[in-house]
Design a protein around this ligand. Structure first.
Ligand code: NAD
Ligand code: UDP
Length: 340
């Protein structure tokens, strides 16, 4: 069996990707230090994936623990590197912690891969590497590195590290997946996004308003140069995103070198579009009030997804209604996340 190591695989995107890979016949090892996730997700991944997961509680910055993990798992054939801290405002307050964790984990992982002859890697990058784009849709040839926070820069620098490693080792195969805005949940409602504390992102906040955990949504900015004045993003269903990882893994099995690939739908939706669609899908009214723009936010961001189709044969299949419906199914069945 082809075995894949998922660093950060207990998290939101990792858990959905684990299920997708298990259903496609891959063996899955998850290494996560549970800094932003809970152990309770593992049995749910096993339930949905239909087989056992090998779970290791490991900090990917801990060189000795990572070496032990690779030594104990000689069957690792490829790695998907999700592990990282992802909160933009926190990264502005604590840049050193973000660089230490996100870059430390990348370097420690790649050194272990080198020692153990593991040549295939898929990386969780982000549309944030494009900064404030000059034009939309954003293609992979757009300038990168213009991001203004430590989180975004940690993604950009990780990409540079991986590109340099590929130049030094012609056997390496790396796909940098630049995600746009992942939302939604597995259609079973058994796994989903489970933020600790007040959610930073739009959908988990809306979902918590819908279940009565928060009073109302604050819509940040209604004076952007967009059709309704609110920010426009390319929301993509996490199940579509998970499939993109499976395709990227297949790609690394047949190609060498480093490719950056957008995973988005190619369509933009405003904050008010999302609120409207979520209300339709859930049958719950979402009270909101306009609030100032969030510092550093951009007006419009959506992908040119053609490269993913050309190289991976992948395109998004689910629409905003599916994304809201599945988010609602997860949140209403688990109003307090995995602790229910
Ligand atoms: P998440 O926080 O749910 O998952 C990340 C996981 O990594 C968590 O389970 C956390 O405990 C783990 N982790 C963090 N540091 C670790 C370390 N040093 N060692 C071991 N485990 C560690 O986040 P997610 O939304 O699933 O995102 C996964 C990846 O995708 C992240 O790298 C994130 O930056 C990137 N990404 C996410 C989004 C998004 O909107 N969700 C967008 C673009 C890119
Ligand atoms: N947003 C909002 N209220 C919130 C959270 C987000 O109005 O409580 C807006 C935000 O300004 C942006 C959009 O929703 O226009 C998506 O924000 P999110 O943080 O989910 O993604 P990102 O900004 O990283 O693309």
């Amino acid at each position: 069996m082809n075995t894949v190591l998922l660093t950060g695989g207990a998290g939101y995107i990792g858990s959905h990707t684990a299920v997708c890979l298990m259903r496609c016949g891959y063996g899955v090892i998850i290494a996560d230090n549970l800094i932003n996730s809970v152990r309770e997700v593992i049995p749910r991944i096993e339930e949905l994936g239909g087989r056992a997961v090998r779970f290791h509680e490991v900090d990917m910055c801990d060189e000795r623990a990572v070496e032990e993990l690779f030594s104990a798992s000689p069957d690792i054939g490829s790695v998907i590197h999700f592990a990282g801290l992802k909160c933009v405002p926190e990264s502005v307050r604590e840049p050193l912690r973000y660089y230490q964790n996100n870059l430390g984990a990348t370097v420690t992982l790649m050194q272990a891969m080198q020692r153990h002859g593991v040549k295939r890697l898929v990386f969780s990058s982000s549309a944030t590497v494009y900064g404030d784009p000059e034009t939309v849709p954003i293609s992979e040839t757009a300038p990168v590195g213009g991001c203004t926070n430590a989180y975004g820069r940690s993604k950009y620098i990780s990409e540079c590290i991986m590109q340099d490693a590929c130049k030094a080792d012609a056997e390496l195969s790396v796909v940098l997946l630049r995600y746009f805005n992942p939302i939604g949940a597995d259609e079973s409602g058994r796994i989903g996004e489970n933020p600790f504390g007040v959610p930073n992102n739009l959908l988990p906040y809306v979902a918590q308003v819908a279940v009565g955990r928060r009073e109302k949504l604050f819509v940040n900015g209604n004076d952007y140069p967009t059709p309704d004045g609110t920010g426009v993003r390319d929301y993509i269903h996490v199940t579509d995103l998970a499939r993109g990882h499976e395709r990227a893994l297949r790609y690394t099995e047949a190609h060498k070198g480093c490719e950056a690939i957008n995973l988005g739908t190619g369509k933009g939706a405003s904050v008010l579009d999302v609120v409207r669609e979520f209300s339709n899908a859930s049958g719950v009214d979402i009270p909101f009030e306009f609030a100032p723009r969030r510092p550093g936010d951009i007006a419009v961001c959506y992908a040119d997804p053609r490269k993913a189709w050309e190289l991976l044969g992948w395109k998004a299949e689910k629409d905003l209604h599916d994304m809201c419906l599945d988010t609602w199914r997860w949140q209403s069945a688990n109003p307090n996340g995995y602790t229910d």
